[in-house]
Unconditional design. Sequence first.
Length: 116
Amino acid sequence: VQLQASGGGLVQPGGSLRLSCAASGIAFWATDMGWYRQTPGKQRELVATISTSGRTNYADSVKGRFTISRENAKSTEYLQMNSLKPEDTAVYYCTAADIRGRWEYWGQGTEVTVSS
């Protein structure tokens, strides 16, 4: 299984970014997907998840600003991030669940920096 995340970068507060995660080696259409993020010295935290049926779940801190989506034909998930804040600065990791629903597979991370 390989998860390749991309789309991170430097953006000013209030700006937008779209992260992508291309998956291979899994039956993407049958796999729950998600995004987590981590800052130095802190535990990795959930950002958003999307089920195989398209049901979504968000951390309270990003509700109304971030949108997770998936494109099964391309085995790719996305995270549209709007109205970015400095506290969104982190390394973002895409993740895929195993058949038991555990977040088993992880991408390499893409760094997002929100700063003026």
